[in-house]
Ligand binder design. Structure first.
Ligand code: DGL
Length: 270
């Protein structure tokens, strides 16, 4: 079990924000990454469909014999995870808990903004978590324009489409005077430079993928599930590989050409 890989999945590129941190913190672990690019975006989908998608994504990773899975997707973490966690006997973690804890620690004025997908915002998971952490003011903004922009390769701070979308979603956050913003969809840190360019460095950004990676490390340590040697990553996507390779290589600062294979989670649909 100790020497099995760790599974990480998202609808696409977003989960790489968690994988990057995991690679840094756990250099001796082997990873299987799955980006469900053929079925994205997840963020506008209903609960029933998300249940099926998450179930098949998990089954795909289980077929590789993983010892733990990180759901590096805010949408699945907020809408589905609480109802399925009990069905699995290995560590199955999401991004919500660690993100709200990090935001509650970071905010000085107790005003926290949340950017996430429509489904995540509808679930209220981030807001509830923040309330439990004693954060008084929350401003929750669904950001449906961002995932298609990022998956389409638009992350440049000077790209007019990026600027327009970032400005639109920042406006209510800045108006309320939030000092902290949870980037509640794992894709969003790919726009970090664009957000800082518009909001300034004073706004504290919470990268939910990064925070969840840190909490997975803790869980694996506690359960003595860390291995001593290894360090490989195998990438799988369900859709075309080219854009994932191009954007993923840039983000991971590693050439992904030749390392990305195709996988079909649909085969696990019951
Ligand atoms: N990256 C995912 C999230 O964190 C899903 C984005 C999407 O496919 O809409 O919510």
């Amino acid at each position: 079990m100790k020497n099995s890989p760790i599974g990480v999945f998202d609808s696409g590129l977003g989960g790489l924000t968690a994988l990057k941190q995991l690679r840094q913190d756990l250099p001796h672990e082997d990873f299987i990454y799955f980006g469900d690019t053929a079925r994205l975006p997840y963020g506008g989908k209903e609960r029933e469909e998300l249940l099926t998608l998450a179930g098949t994504d998990i089954a795909l990773l289980e077929s590789f014999g993983v010892k733990a899975i990180l759901i590096a997707c805010g949408t699945v973490s907020s809408v589905i995870l609480p109802s399925i966690q009990k069905n699995y006997d290995f560590p199955l973690l999401g991004v919500i808990e660690s993100a709200v804890a990090a935001a509650a620690k970071a905010t000085k004025n107790r005003k926290v903004g949340i950017w996430a997908t429509e489904a995540s915002i509808r679930s209220g998971a981030y807001e509830q978590g923040l309330r439990e952490q004693g954060v008084g003011t929350t401003v929750a903004i669904p950001c449906p324009k961002l995932v298609p922009l990022i998956e389409g390769g638009h992350t440049d701070p000077f790209d007019p489409k990026v600027r327009q979308a970032v400005d639109e979603y920042l406006e209510p956050i800045l108006k309320e005077g939030c000092d902290t913003l949870i980037l509640g969809c794992t894709h969003f840190p790919l726009l970090e430079s664009a957000i800082y360019a518009r909001a300034g460095k004073k706004l504290h950004l919470i990268n939910v993928g990064q925070e969840s990676a840190r909490s997975l490390k803790k869980v694996l340590q506690e359960r003595e599930l860390l291995q001593e040697s290894g360090g490989s990553v195998r990438y799988y996507v369900s859709g075309p590989k080219e854009e994932f390779i191009r954007m993923g290589s840039r983000f991971m600062k590693e050439e992904l050409e030749g390392k990305v294979e195709s996988a079909d989670a649909e085969q696990f649909r019951k």
